[in-house]
Design a protein around this ligand. Structure first.
Ligand SMILES: *Cc1c(COP(=O)(O)O)cnc(C)c1O
Length: 354
């Protein structure tokens, strides 16, 4: 028998490693930036009343009801909205659609760790641009030739927010590539750069239901931009799989988008808890960035981040830690309910001062 060489033709990739989803339920889970509050009440009603016979049918491939609700909320045309199964799906589609030149795409060295994974799986060359010491972006790094640009705003895992004028500076210098701003955390106090899409047809803004709308488990993400960009993305999407988003998700997503009051209410609660937590962390001797997201990127000064992470885990409190250069000194702590944060602070008190 000849040598088995089929593995030579396998697409080999190193997959993204998401934060741990512990099996036990009695844990304080502050490690994946989920929203600690439930989705709006309409979602529960819809799920209770769902007509199961609808399951026989394929879902609407254009997810019209969901797309229309997003368009209405953001004052756009439906032809300016692309929806996907979480913003991870939307971003992966955007990489496949827009990043096809031989030039490297650019993103920060410290950022969402899915970007290099998508670049690898789609064989897109990339180059990372080092953040400044204070974890802000140096816009001039993005003046060089490139095949596309992507970064989150606020950035992850740092929580640092960049201004709309800085983003405009980068977009205006790059008329020949698509610039993607990943606004997964923008609802927690940042200013969206969505208005810039009126002026720049190569700017794509991506948002998600997973954080500010409490629906990480439903998997809904969306991109907003010029009709041209959205058309290109839909052409690719419908060339791969037309039925990615199930019927229940479409209906619940539309209902959630319509309940502005509930949305604002839980976002304000999280912002308040974040600001209170910053004070408490400062008292405990942490240093941290001025996060504009639903997490705090904090460095314990007396003990190593790894030690604190392990000790918290022993107490069934989960935060996120990366054993990577620069960020290995930090913990990323999602903002939970007041009660969860009190448990965290009691544990930190014990670990650091006990
Ligand atoms: C959470 C997150 C996403 C992905 O969210 P989905 O759950 O796939 O919508 C994308 N980008 C950043 C920076 C994130 O933190």
């Amino acid at each position: 028998m000849s040598a088995n060489n089929w593995e030579n033709a396998v697409r080999k990739v190193e997959p993204y490693v998401p934060g741990e989803q512990p099996k036990e339920s009695d844990v304080v889970k502050l490690n994946t930036n989920e929203n600690p509050y439930p989705p709006c009440p309409e979602v529960k009603e819809l799920l209770n009343d769902f007509d199961i016979s609808k399951m026989r049918l394929y879902p609407a491939p254009d997810a019209e009801i969901l797309v229309d609700s997003i368009a209405q909320r953001y004052g756009l045309k439906s032809s300016q909205i692309f929806v996907g199964v979480g913003s991870d799906d939307v971003l992966a589609m955007a990489f496949m659609t827009f990043f096809n030149s031989d030039k490297p795409i650019l993103f920060p060295d410290i950022t969402y760790s899915f970007y290099d994974v998508w670049a690898d799986v789609y064989r897109i060359p990339y180059k990372t641009c080092p953040l400044k010491k204070d974890f802000t972006i140096n816009p001039e790094d993005y003046y060089q030739e490139n095949g596309g640009i992507i970064f989150p705003n606020p950035n992850a895992p740092t929580g640092v927010l960049e201004s709309v004028s800085m983003i405009e500076d980068i977009v205006s210098k790059n008329p020949d590539s698509v610039v993607i701003i990943d606004e997964a955390y923008i609802d927690f106090g940042g200013e969206s750069c969505l208005t810039l899409t009126e002026k720049y047809e190569n700017l794509l803004v991506v948002q998600t239901y997973s954080k500010s709308r409490s629906m990480a488990g439903m998997r809904i993400g969306f991109a907003m931009g010029s009709e041209k960009l959205i058309k290109y993305m839909n052409d690719v999407k419908f060339s791969v799989n037309s039925y990615t988003m199930n019927t229940i998700t479409q209906i619940c997503g539309a209902a959630s988008m319509k309940n502005e009051e509930y949305f604002r209410d839980i976002v304000v609660k999280i912002i308040d808890a974040r600001e209170k937590s910053k004070k408490k962390l400062a008292e405990l001797g942490f240093t941290f960035t001025d996060s504009a997201s639903n997490f705090i990127f904090a460095k314990p000064e007396q003990k190593s981040a790894k030690y604190v992470f392990d000790e918290l885990k022993k107490r069934k409190i989960f935060v996120r830690y990366w054993d990577k250069p620069i960020i290995c000194d930090y913990l990323r702590i999602s903002v939970g309910t007041d009660e969860e944060m009190e448990k965290l602070f009691a544990a930190l008190e014990e670990i650091l001062n006990g």
